[in-house]
Design a protein. Structure first.
Length: 232
């Protein structure tokens, strides 16, 4: 058995898991990498079509698993036979493991630096009247990995959350000005809940609907971050 080949094989297998499977924020490192170089992780529209990341990742995964098992079987046939159980356990617990890791990675953070937003679990149901009066009911999930409790100000951006660019509804949603809502997040706490936002559309049209993957502005102690992971 070559130690160099074993290290390479295990590294390839771990990379495949990290590249392919969703972490604590609900998408994969592969999605981020492909987006960063200008390649959509999906073949058609937003979060639809064939998932390119999955196909690439499963190729890496198959190669990594085969090579790792091939190296291990030379000195431990029993471990090689049970390798799939170890790998399956890692895959199934990967999202939870990355979530726990964030408590360590951001253990010294405070304020806005300790906040993470699970965008793919968010949605807003909106209703715009002809008078411009607007209500948005949003389901949101935020986590505070920091060492201190925080008071956060939340403001969804309906316009940026709407992905169909050539649509009259986009202009309506871009003109909506909502008033923020406030929440309290305990140290190492998680907020999962529904919030009501009210405001007015400057270009009103009587419309209603539902949006997912909400772009969210979060403010803590005067510092703001707009969470938009922009996975096309």
């Amino acid at each position: 058995m070559s130690r160099t080949r074993l290290v390479f094989s295990v590294a390839l297998l771990l990379f495949a898991i990290i590249f392919t499977f969703n972490h604590h924020l609900g998408f994969s490192v592969g999605d981020t990498m492909l987006s960063a170089i200008g390649i959509s992780p999906y073949t058609t529209s937003y979060l639809s079509g064939v998932h390119i990341t999955l196909f690439l990742g499963m190729g890496f995964f198959a190669c990594g698993f085969y090579l790792t098992r091939k190296e291990i079987v030379k000195w431990s046939p029993g471990l090689a036979k049970g390798l799939w159980i170890v790998v399956l356990a890692i895959v199934l617990s990967y999202s939870s493991m990355t979530d726990k890791f964030m408590y360590v990675a951001k253990g010294g953070a405070s304020g806005i630096d300790g906040i993470s937003y699970v965008q793919n679990k968010s949605s807003c149901t909106f209703n715009v009247l002809m008078t411009g009066e607007t209500r948005a009911t949003c389901d949101l999930t935020l986590k505070n990995y920091g060492r201190e409790p925080v008071a956060a100000v939340l403001l969804p951006d309906l316009g940026r959350s709407y992905k169909l660019k050539d649509d009259p509804l986009l202009e309506v949603l871009k003109s909506v000005q909502l008033r923020p809502a406030h929440i309290e997040l305990e140290r190492h706490g998680t907020f999962v809940g529904t919030l009501e936002f009210y405001g007015k559309a400057e270009s009103p049209l009587h419309v209603s609907g539902k949006l997912g993957d909400i772009v969210l502005d979060v403010g803590v102690d005067g510092a703001n971050t707009v969470f938009d992971y922009d996975i096309p």
